[in-house]
Design a protein around this ligand. Structure first.
Ligand SMILES: Nc1ncnc2c1ncn2[C@@H]1O[C@H](COP(=O)(O)OP(=O)(O)O)[C@@H](O)[C@H]1O
Ligand SMILES: [Mg+2]
Length: 432
């Protein structure tokens, strides 16, 4: 709920599933601020704690205390106030306002206050806004709702939200992760008429400029070498424009230097891009370093491309498990099965592959050497050179899914289970 809604208040009902989905796509990373919470109920403290461990609050410093408003008042008589105080009170309107006035007396100017109350009370809400409280949430709250509210205080919800970062990773090298990243990015830029930047982080071997038939002189390496200098103007100079809406942040693809990046530098660069562009598509190399891991786990969406064989399954499973485990407030990663039906190759049936990962495929793309090599030899996108190719509608629907234009995921292909592979699954300890 925002201040602007005060005129026509939506019912402060339980936080439903739809709102949850929306918050997931709206809640954005929160800057390096300090947040202190004073809760009354252990359930509320737990929610704050869960949010504090989320990727969106990774930069913020959060501390959680019990004791509600009185504990806060006592604390701030001794200590300076943080950027944001989150305070819970189960008191009714008059008593709560009285307590908050006491809190206000020891609050430094510039400290924002979010109140979690137990009364669904419109008059109380209006009184709180008048007194400068930034937000009133009615308990019980859920972590995403809290993150969304804080995110709205620091990322203006009235202006365009900052960009969506989508990280593309292959379960193995050469599975088509970059090709899919580039095609999906192009489709989003063309279909939604939205600005898209592809950040090619495969610094030594990236193919983004080849795929778009560009020969950039500068690119992402310049930004990464001095990330603190990167601003809107410099970004504009370092990007290579491929179409009206699509630009690439090109990899140098030179081996005269090495690329031991720092995770912080990557973070800073992606942050600047997302402040300026609604879709940031990160094309990750198939390597595992502190910075690839950080980029993957901090993205808004993760797309794993895999071909249906055993090594891909093992690697995809490891990535999916890690992503699920460290991003408990996010949806699962999106799985793209690529090069299905490669001639003469032993494959794991797609249905089984997906079952092992406990994921539905967002897209299943068949092996099609003619179409893919034709596009890449010409430095064009698939739809530009083969508009009728079978993979075009599949890529389109995956692109819309990623852009949050909700569409049903593709049904997994029906195929018989392969008993022959059972011993191999067992070897990898993959449970069905
Ligand atoms: N479905 C497909 N059928 C045939 N070839 C494909 C398919 N998808 C990708 N390719 C080709 O596979 C090669 C490797 O793709 P790339 O995107 O560079 O993989 P990665 O980024 O995972 O290493 C490229 O030459 C690409 O054109
Ligand atoms: Mg690649």
């Amino acid at each position: 709920m925002h201040a602007q809604d005060a005129g026509e208040l939506a019912p402060l009902d339980a936080y439903d599933e739809r709102a949850h989905q929306e918050a997931m796509s709206r809640a954005r990373p929160i800057p390096r601020i300090s947040i202190q919470a004073f809760c009354e109920l252990p359930e509320t403290a737990e929610v704050v704690q869960i949010a504090a461990e989320d990727r969106r609050l990774a930069k913020a410093h959060v501390s959680v205390h019990m004791g509600g408003v009185p504990a806060g008042v006592a604390h701030y008589q001794e200590s300076p106030t943080p950027n944001l105080i989150l305070i819970e009170s189960s008191l009714p309107r008059q008593e709560l306002l009285g307590e908050l006035d006491r809190l206000a007396e020891c609050c430094d100017a510039g400290t924002k206050v979010v109140v979690v109350g137990h009364y669904n009370d419109v008059l109380l809400y209006r009184e709180l806004l008048k007194r400068g409280v930034s937000e009133y949430l009615v308990a019980p709250i859920v972590p995403l709702q809290m993150m969304e509210s804080i995110s709205n205080l620091y990322n203006d919800p009235e202006s365009d939200p900052v960009g969506n970062v989508v990280a593309f990773v292959g379960a193995k090298g050469g599975v088509g992760s970059s090709t899919i990243c580039h095609n999906i990015s192009w489709i989003i830029s063309e279909t939604l008429q939205s600005d898209v930047v592809i950040a090619d982080l495969d610094l030594a071997f990236g193919t983004t400029s080849l795929d778009f038939n560009q020969d950039p002189v500068q690119g992402i390496a310049e930004a990464l070498s001095s990330p603190e200098r990167l601003d809107e103007v410099l970004l504009d100079r370092l990007l290579t424009k491929c179409t009206e809406r699509l630009s690439i942040f090109a990899a140098p693809v030179m081996l005269d230097r090495d690329y031991d990046l720092s995770a912080d530098a990557c973070d800073m660069v992606i942050d600047v891009v997302r402040q300026n562009v609604p879709f940031v598509m990160v094309d990750l190399p198939h390597t595992w370093t502190s910075w690839t891991k950080r980029l993957l786990l901090s993205a808004d969406e993760v797309v794993i491309t895999a071909t249906p064989d055993l090594a891909n399954l093992r690697n995809a499973k490891n990535i999916v498990d890690l992503v699920r485990q460290s991003r408990s407030n996010d949806g699962p990663p999106k799985l793209i099965i690529n090069m299905a039906g490669t001639p003469k190759r032993q494959e794991i049936p797609v249905k089984e592959f997906c079952q092992h990962l406990d994921l539905q495929a967002a897209a299943i793309i068949e092996y099609d050497a003619e179409t893919f090599s034709n596009a890449s030899a010409n430095g064009r996108m698939i739809e530009e050179v083969s508009a009728k190719a079978k993979c075009v509608p599949t890529l389109r629907s995956a692109a819309m899914l990623l852009a949050n234009r909700h569409e049903a995921p593709m049904p997994t292909k029906k195929s018989g289970a392969s008993a022959a592979l059972a011993p191999l699954f067992a070897k990898l300890k993959l449970k069905r």
